[in-house]
Design a binder for this molecule. Structure first.
Ligand SMILES: NC(=O)c1ccc[n+]([C@@H]2O[C@H](COP(=O)([O-])OP(=O)(O)OC[C@H]3O[C@@H](n4cnc5c(N)ncnc54)[C@H](OP(=O)(O)O)[C@@H]3O)[C@@H](O)[C@H]2O)c1
Length: 351
């Protein structure tokens, strides 16, 4: 076993956040259990990872629910599932030597132990902190970036000159969608909550326009900023905004159903799109996506996006919280009130 220091490993404790009960509506403290346990020595062929940053994702709310989805729910009493970046600090696996930086499913905890079976199940990938800061590996070069990139390019199928509208535009996925739309020569219009976010989307990310749905009419904003109609709508929020955009789509429009954050904490049934017959009238199509379907193509996408970042054509904005594991419950809920400004990341360990 290769280890940073064997003696120091035996004294390490792991602070964790586990799912205590399934929430109804917005999660609250009673849904979580804080536990502390000694760090287990990794088995032969396994490794121990010190977690450095965790990704806060709207999808976590869905993982807390019982029922069938694209991934099994987190079990009661289990460490909450979370993507993250970390560093290998002990290993007897030659593919993952001590010192390797990686991303993958690490869980809401300070240390993650992997054996030779959990390594392939945890979507682990080596990352290069010289290429981009660690937090960007959870954003533009990570899962949300892959979602925006593949969802737009492979399902939205943008053509130069077309109009792309994206909701949640200042967030992790939305940033990528609008910036790639611009790189593809499209007219990019964001929808986001608040003047600061809209200014960022236009001035820093280079979108053509942004509609502040909290202050202004989305219907009027679309008329003003999408005078030729909407060819692609990349939907991150669902609900009323989806319905309004459906009234402005063009013939053969593509609606990418990426998420519906406005509906995740509903205690009543999800609001479906009342205006769906617009799809019929405009011979348009609406298609759901799950980012993991493109996993085999992630390395090539990371190379292309990193190249755009180095050329100054694409930015990755993260909102990094410093509060450690204990801040997780409060941090997760920030996503549902729009308190995050960029990809929300929680630092849980020092390098
Ligand atoms: N299908 C997939 O494979 C996949 C993968 C990753 C993410 N997603 C989905 O993509 C969407 C965006 O995820 P993200 O990680 O990029 O999150 P994010 O946009 O960084 O953060 C969430 C944002 O959602 C907005 N929001 C919250 N409540 C809202 C409401 N009621 N109405 C409208 N907007 C609301 C807030 O922005 P404002 O301040 O602008 O309101 C908030 O900042 C989510 O729906 C997520 O589930 C899907």
């Amino acid at each position: 076993m290769q280890a940073a220091s064997k003696n120091s490993l035996s004294t390490l404790v792991n602070h964790q956040v586990r799912l205590a009960a399934r929430p109804v509506g917005l999660p609250h403290l009673d849904n979580w259990q804080f536990t502390t346990e000694p760090v287990a020595e990794p088995p032969q062929g396994g490794m121990l990872v010190k977690n450095l940053m965790l990704s806060l994702d709207p999808a976590m709310r869905g993982w807390m629910n019982e029922g069938r989805s694209y991934i099994a729910p987190v079990g009661i009493g289990e460490v909450m599932r979370a993507g993250g970046v970390g560093r290998v600090i002990a290993s007897s696996n030659s593919r993952w030597p001590v010192g390797t930086y990686l991303s993958g499913m690490l869980g809401v905890q300070q240390y993650s132990v992997f054996d030779d079976r959990s390594i392939p199940r945890s979507a682990l990938a080596p990352i290069d902190p010289q290429l981009a800061p660690l937090s960007s590996w959870l954003n533009a070069l990570g899962m949300p970036g892959m979602t925006g990139y593949f969802g737009l390019l492979e399902v939205g199928l943008p053509k130069a000159g077309e109009t792309v509208v994206v909701s949640g535009a200042a967030g992790a996925v939305g940033q990528m969608v609008g910036q790639v739309a611009k790189i593809m020569g499209c007219h990019a219009v964001g929808i986001a909550g608040g003047a600061d976010k809209c200014q960022f989307v236009v001035n820093d990310l280079g979108f053509d326009a942004c509609i502040d749905y909290k202050a202004d009419s989305v219907r009027d904003g679309l008329k003003e900023h999408c005078p030729d109609g909407v060819d692609i709508y990349f939907d991150n929020v669902g609900g009323e905004i989806l319905d309004i955009v459906l009234t402005r789509i063009n013939m053969k429009a593509r609606i990418v159903i990426c998420g519906a954050i406005s509906q995740y904490n509903n205690t009543t049934p999800v609001r479906g799109p009342a205006n769906y017959l617009s799809l019929l009238v405009h011979r348009a199509r609406m298609e759901g996506i799950v980012v993991f379907d493109w996993a085999d193509k992630f390395p090539a996408a990371v190379r292309e996006i990193a190249g755009w970042m180095q050329e100054g054509r694409l930015r990755s904005r993260e909102h990094i919280l410093e509060g450690g594991i204990a801040q997780f419950p409060e941090a997760l809920n920030m996503l549902f009130s729009g308190q995050n400004f960029g990809k929300l990341v929680l630092r849980v360990g020092d390098e």
